[in-house]
Design a protein around this ligand. Sequence first.
Ligand code: URA
Length: 244
Amino acid sequence: MSKPQTMRLDKLLANLGYGSRREISMLANSGRFLLDGARIAHVDERIALTPDLPERLTFYGEELDPLPGCVVMMHKPLGVTCSHKEAGERVYALLPDRWQRRDPAFSTVGRLDKDTSGLLLLTDDGAFLHNVISPKRNIAKKYRATLDRPLREDAAALFAAGTMMLEGEKTPLLPAVLDVISEREALLTITEGRYHQVRRMFAAVGNHVVALHREKIGGLELPDHLEPGEFMVMNEDEKAVIFG
Ligand code: URA
């Protein structure tokens, strides 16, 4: 197994949003941070970022926040935005305040529209983000769409053909799988992440999406117990399910 990364303790804690290095030094001196139950004498020493570190290093008696390299699974509610450019509450505001001061910061892994709900991943791990969104990986994303009017009978064949062109684009869409549930409800699985792709695909077959919810990314399904606005930190096994 490879050696764990090490980092200066004050830098780690500052990067996790606990304060400036000066504030961290003061908090450590006054025993607010404890390492293995003992006061930290030297915050400038390097520490190994082992998985058990959050349990060993406490702040006011509470386990440390997740270490860098964190992946969060969120049930994105309707009405919040993934974009910094769009007005309104951002998905990041659903995370604890301190997590919003982290460096590197959390980014969303791809985006969901403001009026789309469902499975959203956030991470501070650039390599993980790249692996999920890279076109080379072809990670499937499954959406449940509620439609304005009955679906055209040939919609599934058109989506599967690999020849469909969206307005204003130069390359055809990759084949996508449509599972029709009823006249106005369908599951659509796509492997790309083009702008408003699902809504535009249904528009291209003369329909209109009235509700959109992402159920799955790769092999990972949004768990039933995760209510809109709730999130959980993913462990290595859960992350692996995405690519499995
Ligand atoms: N496609 C869309 O149109 N919207 C989303 O939020 C995701 C995929």
